[in-house]
Design a protein around this ligand. Structure first.
Ligand SMILES: NC(=O)c1ccc[n+]([C@@H]2O[C@H](COP(=O)([O-])OP(=O)(O)OC[C@H]3O[C@@H](n4cnc5c(N)ncnc54)[C@H](OP(=O)(O)O)[C@@H]3O)[C@@H](O)[C@H]2O)c1
Length: 256
C-alpha cells in the first residue's frame, strides 16, 4: 500500500468504493478486499449498505485501527440534530468506536454550512469521528467551508477524462485530500487506446495505469469500486510500477 500525507496523517492512497454494492455481495467484497490488503473503505448513508460494510470489516478480522473508513451525510440531513443522530447510526452500523472521515455528500441546499460543520466538529470533539470534509464542492465552496472548520478532504469525480486541476491546486495549497471518485470512469478508461498503450508498456491493464496515474499525484487518493476477486485484486496491484513524467502528462492531456 502507498499513502498520502494529509495534515501530518498517512491515509492509504487506494480504497474500495462501495456504491451499488448491497447485501451479501457487499459484505463479501469488503471482507475480501481487506483480506487482500485494502485499508481504506468508502461508503455513504445514501448507499444503504453501511451495515453490510460493517459486517465485511468485522469478518475480515483486521484490527479496526488499521483501517480508514469513510462515510457521508446526505444534504437532507444537514441540520445539526440530524448530523449528530445519523452519524451515531452510521457508527453503530459500521462498528468500532469511530469513523475516520465523515463527509457532506453534496453542497447544502439551504442549511448554513456553519451549522453542519459545527455539528461535525462536536462529533470530532467527542471522538465519534476523526476527520471531516466535503464532497462535490467547488473551490469557492471549500474556501467558504474552511472559514468554519479545517477541511480534511474534498471527494470529487476525477479520472483520466476529467480535468480537476483547480481543485488539485487547492488541495495542495490547503493540504487536504482530493479523493477521486469514479476513478475508472465506471470502466470507460479500459477502452482508451492511449491509457491501454501506457499500461502495456508496464505489463499492466488500462484500468491499472489509470489508477496509478491518480495515486501518483500528490494529495490524491482513489476509490475504485469492484465486486469480484479479479477486479479487486487488479486494482490493488498498482504499487509495483511507476509512470514517467511523460506518461503522466499524456494521460493528463486526455482530461477535459
Ligand atoms: N461522492 C460522491 O458523490 C460519489 C459519487 C459516485 C461514486 N462515489 C464513490 O466512488 C466509488 C467509485 O465510483 P463508481 O463505483 O461510480 O465507479 P468506478 O469505480 O469508476 O467504476 C466501477 C466499475 O468499474 C468496474 N471495474 C472495477 N475494477 C475494474 C477493473 N480492474 N477492470 C475493469 N473494470 C473494473 C466495476 O465492475 P465490478 O463491480 O463488476 O467489479 C464497476 O462496474 C463509488 O463506489 C463510491 O464509493 C462517490
Amino acid at each position: 500500500m502507498e499513502y498520502q500525507t494529509i495534515k501530518g496523517e498517512k491515509v492509504p492512497s487506494l480504497g474500495l468504493g462501495t456504491y451499488r454494492l448491497t447485501g451479501k455481495t457487499c459484505a463479501q467484497a469488503v471482507e475480501r478486499a481487506i483480506g487482500m490488503g485494502y485499508r481504506h473503505v468508502d461508503t455513504a448513508q445514501m448507499y444503504g449498505n453501511e451495515a453490510e460494510v460493517g459486517r465485511g470489516i468485522a469478518a475480515s478480522g483486521v484490527d479496526r485501527d488499521e483501517l480508514f473508513v469513510v462515510t457521508k451525510i446526505w444534504p437532507s440531513d444537514f441540520v445539526h440534530d440530524r448530523v449528530i443522530r445519523t452519524t451515531r447510526e452510521s457508527l453503530e452500523k459500521l462498528g468500532g468506536d469511530h469513523i475516520d472521515l465523515l463527509l457532506m455528500h453534496w453542497p447544502p441546499q439551504g442549511t448554513p454550512l456553519g451549522e453542519t460543520l459545527g455539528a461535525m466538529r462536536e462529533l470530532q470533539d467527542e471522538g465519534a469521528i476523526r476527520h471531516f470534509g466535503v464532497s462535490n464542492f467547488s473551490t469557492s465552496l471549500v474556501e467558504e467551508a474552511a472559514e468554519h472548520a479545517e477541511i480534511f478532504c474534498n471527494q470529487v469525480e476525477y479520472h483520466a477524462f476529467r480535468d480537476q486541476s483547480a481543485i488539485l491546486d487547492q488541495a495542495r495549497g490547503m493540504d487536504y485530500m482530493l479523493t477521486a471518485y469514479q476513478p475508472l470512469s465506471r470502466g470507460r478508461v479500459g477502452n482508451d487506446a492511449t491509457i491501454r498503450e501506457i499500461g502495456e508498456a508496464h505489463g499492466k491493464t488500462a484500468a491499472q495505469a489509470a489508477l496509478r496515474w491518480l495515486i501518483q499525484q500528490e494529495k490524491v487518493s482513489a476509490i475504485p469500486k469492484a465486486t469480484g476477486e479479479d477486479h479487486l485484486r487488479a486494482n490493488l496491484d498498482v504499487f509495483d510500477f511507476e509512470l514517467s513524467a511523460g506518461e503522466m502528462d499524456r494521460i493528463s492531456g486526455l482530461g477535459r
